[in-house]
Design a protein around this ligand. Sequence first.
Ligand SMILES: [Fe+2]
Length: 166
Amino acid sequence: MNERVLDMPQELKTQIRYGSWLHDCGKIGMGEVILNKESTLTNDEIEIIRRHPVWGAEVARQAHLSQEVINIIACHHERFDGQGYPTGISGEDIPREARIVSIADVFDAITTDRSYHAKRSVPEAIEVMSFLGGSAFDPDFLDIFLSCVENTYIEIHGDCDYGNRE
Ligand SMILES: [Fe+2]
């Protein structure tokens, strides 16, 4: 495992764990029809979905959760290049804890079945995400994450070749 991961204070790791559990809590107020829709979303529906970080962060604030948890909920859809939402902040203006959880969130989305796509394999997810450093994701955190995932996968399966596994 990379030393930069180990250097993180234990309390921050704990808050990142809590934030990752709660990151989508703002979706609780959204209709199942939108969340499970298989066809293309309308612009109005996209607008509603894009509010979930703001709604969720407000709930976390009201519940007096930590600033790190609030940051994760508020910023997990921001992108490193500033093309994310809800505010379009970029780079290191995005709190570190949110930059970390956004990577895990997308990996989870790719490797699990969703209403809008079938899950893809871990090697495929690594392949897809490896092109997103500096655009969607913090390139340093992405490198650490993908190497951890790849090493773990190789320990279990013996290799991690894109195209060789389901
Ligand atoms: Fe989300």
